[in-house]
Design a protein around this ligand. Structure first.
Ligand code: PLP
Length: 380
């Protein structure tokens, strides 16, 4: 069945929509086979016959995500970092890459590693400084990598403006949209060339799958190279994970909307709280990126926020240990709320403030979450 003309909510809800022709099963079988037999003419039955190249369950998940993003094709990888590392592998030797200075630290570390090896030249720009991206790119820039909202400050980058800047110098714009999960923002429709998600997060939504995905606006030689690299580097998402991911995606929109509503209520409640120095959430009018977010995030500001507790490193850590409902764990985008002291995780060289606690707001009753944060702050 085709996703043609369907709204994203319907595409997601029908992520497993493929009535099995043999049994009529509404949930399709998972093809776990690593190899596929040839027919009586010795021709392969499928477009690929070895699981490292692809599998029916993988293709179904990829078609769903491509439709959600309004892209022509998607490639699922065994993790978000595998997808990012493979994309960066397509940057020509010695070419220039521009990226924000605050972003997902795994990506930043990998970019710096490539710079250190002399594989790429790198400019990290301050996404809050007006005109910084324009200054960071130059003729010959191959790739502009942005993330929005930016983890863990939730600063917002204008995707349309970034696409224009990148395209002026002939660079590709890739957007890490993990925090918006194809629900509120579709970067490809705003001019991005490639969108990335850590599907471990909102797309799956149940903290039980590791996966990453790239989606492209157009089939290009670079996209063919990416497909080849995924096969040769052995990084496709295995069939069981593809199935779990699709099952998670069926509830993407209801999960995301509930998390967004909860996060907005929490952000409003704790902004100005005597034990809180600040709340970073794009849905707050006080947030520097609010105006762009309001334009770019169609339906809710997401479930990701950070609280700057009054005090320093130790107070922020203590806040996390005092939480009883919100789980002190890394990751984000699951149905259960998680809190994390980012400086502990990112280490002393990270630019993240010492007193920042990142909260991935889940779909619990909001009063239980507010009560939990209240009691944890009261003990500081
Ligand atoms: C988690 C995350 C990644 C990395 O994805 P993995 O699936 O953990 O490899 C990249 N970007 C962002 C914004 C993330 O939150």
């Amino acid at each position: 069945m085709s996703n043609q003309g369907l709204r994203p909510e319907t595409v997601a809800a029908h992520a497993l929509r493929a009535v099995d022709p043999e049994t009529g099963a509404v949930v399709p079988p998972i093809h776990t086979s690593s190899t596929y037999a040839r027919d009586e003419n010795y021709a392969p039955k499928l477009k690929e016959n070895y699981v490292r190249n692809g599998s029916p369950t993988l293709w179904q998940a990829e078609e769903t995500i491509a439709a959600l993003e309004g892209g022509t094709s998607a490639l699922l990888f065994a993790s978000g970092m595998a997808a990012i590392a493979t994309l960066l592998e397509t940057v020509p030797q010695g070419a220039h890459v521009a990226a924000p200075d605050v972003m997902y630290y795994g990506t930043r570390d990998w970019l710096k590693r490539l710079e250190g090896l002399g594989r790429i030249s790198l400019t990290l720009f301050d996404p809050r400084a007006p005109g910084a991206l324009e200054k960071a790119v130059r003729k010959g820039t191959d790739l502009v990598w942005i993330e929005t909202p930016l983890n863990p400050t939730w600063d917002v980058i204008d995707i349309e403006a970034a696409a224009e800047t990148a395209h002026e110098v002939g660079a590709l714009l890739a957007v890490d949209a993990t925090a918006t999960a194809a629900v509120t923002t579709q970067p490809l429709k705003l001019g991005a060339d490639i969108v990335f998600h850590s599907a471990t997060k909102y797309l799956n939504g149940h903290s039980d799958v590791l996966a990453g995905v790239l989606v492209t606006r157009a089939e290009t030689p670079r996209w063919s190279e990416l497909r080849m690299l995924r096969t040769k580097m052995g990084a496709p998402l295995p069939p069981l994970e593809c199935f779990l991911l699709m099952r998670g995606m069926r509830t993407l929109f209801v999960r995301y909307r509930q998390a967004s509503a909860n996060a907005l209520a929490i952000a409003r409640r704790f902004e100005g709280h005597p034990k809180v120095e600040g709340v970073l959430y794009p849905g707050l009018a006080s947030h520097a990126g609010h105006a762009i977010a309001a334009r770019q995030m169609r339906d809710g500001f997401g479930g990701m926020m950070s609280i700057l507790v009054k005090g320093g490193f130790a107070d922020a850590q203590r806040f996390c240990t005092r939480l009883k409902v919100i789980v002190p764990a890394t990751s984000l985008g699951g149905v259960e709320s998680l809190a994390e002291h980012r400086k502990t995780v990112e280490g002393p060289t990270s630019p993240v403030p010492d007193n920042l606690v990142r909260i991935s707001v889940g779909i619990e009753h909001v009063d239980d979450l507010i009560g939990d944060i209240e009691q944890a702050l009261a003990g500081l």
